[in-house]
Design a protein. Sequence first.
Length: 580
Amino acid sequence: MFAPAGRAAPGAVSQAAVVGRVKLVTLRQTAIALARWRVLWLALAFAFIALMALLRIGYLGMSDHGTRATSLAEALLPARGEITDRHGVPLARAFPAYALWFNPEALGEGGSPLVGAAASVAAKLKSIFPDLDEKRTAAQLVSGKQGYIRRRVLPEEANRVQEIGELALEMPMEADRHYPQGSMAAHVLGYVAADGKGRVGMEQVLNERLSDPAQRGTPVALSIDMRVQGALEDELARGMKLTDAQGGAGIVLDVDTGEVLALASLPEFDPNKIDAKGQSLMFNRVTNQVYELGSTFKPITVAAAIDAGVVRDFGKRWDAAPIKVGRFTIKDSHPLGNTLNVAETLIHSSNTVTARIADSLGPAKMRQTLIDLGMNERPYIELPAKGFPIWPGDNWPRLRNMTVSYGHGIAVTPLHLASAYGAMVNGGIWRPATLHKLAPGDVPKGRRVFKASTSSRMRQLLRMIAVYGTGRNANAPGYRVGGKTGSAEKPSATGYRKKALVSTFAAAFPMDRPRYVVIAMLDEPRGTVASSFQRTAAWNAAPIVGRLVPRIGPLLGVQPDDTRDVDISDLKPLVPGKHE
């Protein structure tokens, strides 16, 4: 059946409708394709950005990561490495602190640097810091010159300064060096100057090590034992006060390693506060000042003579009469009898017999012994301040050899003497002194100066001096102390000053197995009630050792024991009246 003309058959789709639908489908497909392409480009853009970010991160990681990590590590480290004693007790450490800085440009150029009057501001600062020099501070404020007014300002003090209301008073935070033990061991440590560099002591010696970022995180352990250091300084100060001495020096030395457990030079300075007075007290009497140490040399002379075979028979009587050499006469401080044996010579401290022993030994051997003990050179220790000995030269005439034998005509530091006594009692080995804590494998081999048999004999003789002789005031019960006194007149441009003495006691303990040498020295002690109006070492330096040893012995593992002692039975009969 056919539809009429001009009308579509039922169910039939017009050609226009079909074309329209096709166009619509095409448009949709085009839109979908375009959307897909946009998403793809957007994804590619994000991927590109992510790739660039990853590449940048990788580049930064390769080029800057190490630096940034190092910077972070450095930020966490102290500004300067820590110094400790041998047991880890902090002696010097760095910490952040405020400083008081005057900045005259704070209110702009051309105007007054202060809102208030300089005198008024200085007075307010004085109320915050009682030890401040008010006049000097006011002058600084008036001058308009920038600079520090004060270092090491506490937070509460900084707050009070801010309350003054002066913009020119700035409070920058900076690294500061602090010495927790105050003035203790000041001559060992030294101090850090305003430029951040160490001065004088181990701060100067270790400056590079303490400033190195790669090392400053690890503390440096010194050989010093602060317990022993405190006791030494305390007893030296007490001895100075009791005898009105102008100075003191002391050292405690390990005879087997050369480690310095304590070193004191008094008066001391405070490294936390370096001022004009502190600067004047920095001279180290132990390592930098040389002295004629008198009779402390007599045991060294006897040891050299024993070693050379000059002294073999300890019962031999030596002439004790005065000796005239040219225009010079050697005599004892008081008559000691016509003859003396070696034990009596040391017990009574005879110049004349010691000189005769040195004369028999000869200047060449005497001189070589002192060279082997390092007495012709600056002392061996890390400190920068080391005095050069007054050395008699190459060729010693007879008189010079004799006077050197009892400690005159030669000047050395107390440290020289300590190292020499260490060699004399430890079996005969001289080792350099050190302020570094040593591991067992780091102990220097040293050099042999005396035979072991000579050292053994000297331990007996030194013990006898403390039991029967001039060292009795150092004989701490149970500690088996041995040692020798020395009282020498101080030289001057016009000769020796008879009323100015250097009094020294050189000791070691325990003498049955010596572990430590102790030197105590007083510079110009006076005769006082405490010293029975005597100025010699037997009455002022020896008592210092007698008080010190019982304090430090237990700290060092040496307990008092009255049942032990060095055997002196073969020498006792040589000392009449001393058998009980």
